[in-house]
Design a protein around this ligand. Structure first.
Ligand code: MRU
Length: 343
């Protein structure tokens, strides 16, 4: 494993992803050679986490351009829009995916040749990837200003380098606080059903030697009630204009506990996660994933195979339960709508 952890890299016309399905048992790469591989990688969660999905999608558009390069411009553009539509639908909740595809599509213009378009698409995807790293470091700086000297922080899901290009959003704030010399202790929720906390966040924390304990999701209430948690840091997959924030299933439950026990609850997300087209969280499409994610753990059946399952991948935390939203443009306080629109 190279350091710092980097979830993806575009080299010699191929996209190399850390295969997040195999961690922590195996460190493997998944290589995308065409845009259909990218669609699969996002859908099957080889790569996951809103910002990482967005950057992966952007490189998917580059791979599509390589594939259709020899076509005349009209057919080239038709194929490119169809590839964009396919990648756009690979997962529904994280708006960073649609944002990245929209940004890439602006370069699909018929006054250029396919070769010129390819060059511009590659430069744009590289720019989106570079911006992601810079954005995370900025959020880390802003977030660190809110972290006390010896803080115990609760995290949910994986919001680290693996969920972005490098560094992370909520886990990026933890990194920034550690880099600033603060004595930080992390409790990481395991995050059923896919265990991103246990498999990925715990892996990142161990790699970096950040003091931490992994907990089953249902331990969080006890820790919060007992005054063991100073603050909660989570990411987001889509934020409505009023501040309602969709994030990994279980986030809403934590926000309710935080409110009851008066624990600061922060969302850490880049402004690309804000969906300016929706007013409230009720408009966010929540992905439902397969029953097998719940009935099986690592391929081992843990429930009767005929039981019906409800498996939403995300929930929406109402703005009222959120203390502040930490972005690369600064810390957004209440009233969220007014302050988000100022962005
Ligand atoms: O289903 P996932 O693993 O893609 O969900 C990821 C999350 O919910 C993260 O918290 C969110 O994308 C923010 S990551 C920087």
């Amino acid at each position: 494993m190279k350091y710092p952890i980097r979830s993806l890299e575009f080299k010699k016309n191929k996209l190399y992803l850390i295969d997040q399905r195999s961690l922590p048992q195996k460190y493997e790469e998944f290589i995308c050679v065409n845009y259909k591989d990218v669609e699969f990688a996002i859908t099957d969660m080889v790569v996951r986490g809103a910002p990482a999905i967005g950057v992966t999608a952007a490189y998917g558009v580059v791979l599509a351009a390589l594939e259709f390069l020899k076509l005349p411009i009209k057919q080239f553009l038709e194929q490119m829009h169809s590839a964009c539509n396919i990648i756009n639908k690979s997962r529904p909740t994280a708006v960073n995916l649609m944002w990245a595809i929209k940004r890439m599509r602006t370069l699909l213009i018929d006054s250029d040749t396919p070769a010129e378009i390819l060059r511009k698409l590659k430069a744009e995807a590289d720019k989106i990837a570079d911006e992601d790293i810079k954005t995370n470091k900025k959020m880390g700086q802003y977030g660190n200003s809110l972290i006390p000297q010896k803080a115990t922080i609760l995290t949910h899901c994986n919001t680290g380098a693996l969920a972005t290009v490098e560094y992370g959003t909520a886990l990026g704030v933890v990194r920034a606080a550690v880099e600033a010399g603060k004595e930080i202790f992390v409790y990481a929720d395991e995050t059923r059903p896919r265990l991103q906390g246990a498999r990925l966040t715990a892996w990142e924390l161990v790699q970096e030697g950040i003091p931490a304990k992994l907990i089953a999701d249902n331990v969080a209430a006890t820790l919060i009630r007992d005054g063991k948690i100073d603050l909660i840091l989570v990411g987001a997959d889509r934020i409505a204009v009023n501040g309602d924030s969709a994030n990994k299933i279980g986030t809403f439950m934590l926000s309710v506990l935080a409110k009851v026990y008066n624990v600061p609850f922060y969302i850490v997300a880049p402004t690309t996660t804000i969906d300016f087209d929706i007013e409230t969280g009720s408009e966010i499409e929540i992905e439902e994933r397969s029953a097998k994610e719940v009935t099986h753990i690592n391929g081992v059946q843990v429930a009767p195979d005929t039981i019906e399952v409800f498996n939403p991948a995300f929930d929406v935390t109402p703005n009222d339960n959120i203390t502040a939203i930490i972005t690369e443009k600064g810390i957004i306080n209440k009233p969220f709508k007014e302050n988000i629109l100022k962005l």
